[in-house]
Design a protein. Structure first.
Length: 280
């Protein structure tokens, strides 16, 4: 990846983080922490990897993306808006009673959303089903999903992982957003799923461990996943919850809290400064 390409991806991710803040602030509710931590991987996926078309979001041969950690919808919405699936201005309607952008993604109402998610554990299960469907249909589309590390406490995740490994679904890539925080505290304080990599490997997955904010590492992981035959790929990403906003980083309280006006203005000032530096 060239420096120019990397900078373009960083600019996109920064704008996506601004979109997250716009949505959550105007809604006075939402989940900023875990949304901010996945903006970098979404930037790479939607700008370099996924075969999708905003003008034809239901194209049969498109790649599929499932946000298994559905509460991070603000990040997905911001990404889709920046890619032209719907107006960026609509991000401000997040969670409003008359808005199509609700707290969790709805495939029937939001262009670009391939699966309605919210109940943790169900997203990866549907992604596995999509991957199997592609195999049965001899279709060449690939399926990508993002799970939270707290989500790994759901038994359904491991049922899906067992099935995918057993069926050799090498058209499936699961990213695990390992920011080590969930709503009630750190993973160790609640119910740690560690060691994550070893668990997926035990279910016959190709497992990669990366820095989830390193664009080169994300790009290489995607290439390695495509090169791996006979196994699905799990990419365990070490990330920072609240990435990009100083007072939100690694702060569990921002899992599901909206900033007040002063906090919003500080966050936007930091992101605008970062954007200006990237665009200089």
């Amino acid at each position: 990846m060239t420096d120019t390409q990397k900078k373009e991806l960083q600019i996109f991710a920064t704008k996506a983080r601004m979109g997250v803040l716009e949505g959550v602030y105007n809604a006075k509710a939402g989940h900023p922490g875990g949304s901010l931590s996945i903006c970098d991987v979404l930037s790479v996926l939607y700008n370099t990897e996924l075969r999708v078309d905003p003008k034809n979001p239901k194209a049969e041969n498109r790649d599929r993306f499932v946000l298994s950690k559905g509460h991070a919808a603000p990040a997905l919405y911001a990404t889709l808006a920046l890619k032209g699936f719907f107006p960026v201005e609509d991000l401000k309607t997040l969670r409003k009673s008359d808005s199509y952008l609700q707290g969790h993604p709805n495939m029937d109402k939001v262009p670009g959303v391939d699966m309605s998610t919210g109940s943790l554990g169900q997203g990866i299960s549907t992604a596995v089903g999509m991957s199997l469907g592609a195999k049965l249909d001899n279709a060449d589309y690939r399926v990508y999903t993002i799970l939270g590390d707290g989500e790994l406490q759901e038994g359904q995740v491991w049922e899906a992982a067992m099935f995918a490994g057993n069926k050799g679904l090498d058209n499936l890539v699961a990213f695990i957003d390992n920011n080590n925080l969930q709503i009630d505290g750190t993973m160790d304080e609640v119910n740690a799923p560690y060691p994550i990599a070893e668990k997926f490997a035990a279910f016959n997955w190709n497992v990669l461990e990366i820095d989830g904010h390193d664009y080169d590492a994300i790009e290489k992981a995607l290439a390695d996943a495509k090169a791996c035959k006979g196994k699905p790929t799990a990419v365990v990403m070490k990330t920072v919850k609240g990435k990009g906003v100083s007072y939100m980083e690694n702060a569990v309280g921002w899992h599901g809290s909206a900033p007040n006006t002063e906090q919003y203005e500080q966050a936007m000032a930091e992101l605008k400064a970062a954007l200006a530096e990237l665009e200089a």
